[in-house]
Design a binder for this molecule. Structure first.
Ligand code: C5P
Length: 235
């Protein structure tokens, strides 16, 4: 299975993004485009990133009635992105519909992964706001199993949950994990973080790294360090 580093492009304009991408002369990193950039710039930003030769994880976290998600996924699929996502909380029916919408007439489709419980949701908030009384880690695994049963390819999760997800959903079920920091770097607002090397050890297939690369003095060097630590077996 292809493991890779995905850079979270949390910029609020195309100009900022292109200034960042222009620094990369020798490599074409896999990029994550989220709501901020997509809502600011529209689908054109995705077309331009594709034209420049990057793979794209379009992180829009869809969650609506099955028919609406199916039709929205068909639109995203025609943009030729590589990974899309949705909320597993939308139910298995929504996830199955999403997969249908995503599948092109020739049978190909982008990978589809699910958000289980957002890492910003604590046990307390889940119990009080959502009336879900089960332990958070059990809920995460249950949602991952629902995603697997619906035919999805994997989940977004913490690197610390990757092993458990693999144990319950199988080795080929993808784990895409944010919350990655260099051992000597700033943590910022992330709470539970791991290094690229540790994420590899824990079973992550793709690590999503934002500020440690985008805010670095030398983003290309930071990206290369990340790739080396994650893929190259360096600590
Ligand atoms: O800058 P940083 O490395 O913290 O960026 C992590 C990226 O992953 C951000 O785009 C953030 O929205 C996303 N993310 C996350 N935690 C999740 C899901 C997504 O940090 N549970």
């Amino acid at each position: 299975m292809a493991k890779d580093v995905i850079i979270a492009c949390d910029f609020n304009s195309a100009d900022e993004l292109y200034a960042f991408l222009d620094k990369f002369k020798d490599e074409k990193p896999f990029l994550k485009v989220g709501m901020e950039l997509f809502y600011a710039e529209g689908p054109q930003i995705v077309r331009e990133i594709k034209r420049r030769g990057h793979k794209i994880f379009l992180d829009l976290k869809l969650h609506d009635i099955p028919n609406t998600v199916k039709k929205a996924m068909a639109v995203l699929s025609s943009l030729d992105v590589d990974i899309c996502n949705l909320h597993a909380a939308g139910t298995k029916a929504m996830m199955e519909a999403a997969l249908e919408g995503l599948t092109r007439p020739d049978g190909t489709r982008p990978l589809l992964i699910a958000v289980t419980q957002l890492t910003s949701t604590s046990q307390e908030r889940m119990e009080e706001d959502l009336l879900i009384k089960e332990p958070l880690d059990k809920v995460v695994i249950h949602y991952a199993q629902n995603a697997k049963a619906s035919g999805l390819d994997g989940v977004v999760c913490s690197p610390l949950e990757a092993g458990k997800v693999k144990d319950s959903c199988g080795e080929s079920f993808l784990t895409v994990t944010p919350g990655v920091r260099f051992a000597d770097g700033a943590v910022g607002d992330q709470v539970r973080v791991t290094t690229p090397a540790k994420a590899r050890e824990l079973g992550s297939d793709y690590i999503v790294v934002g500020r440690p690369v985008t805010q670095a003095d030398d983003p290309v060097a930071a990206y290369r360090r990340c790739v080396k630590e994650f893929l190259g077996g360096e600590n």
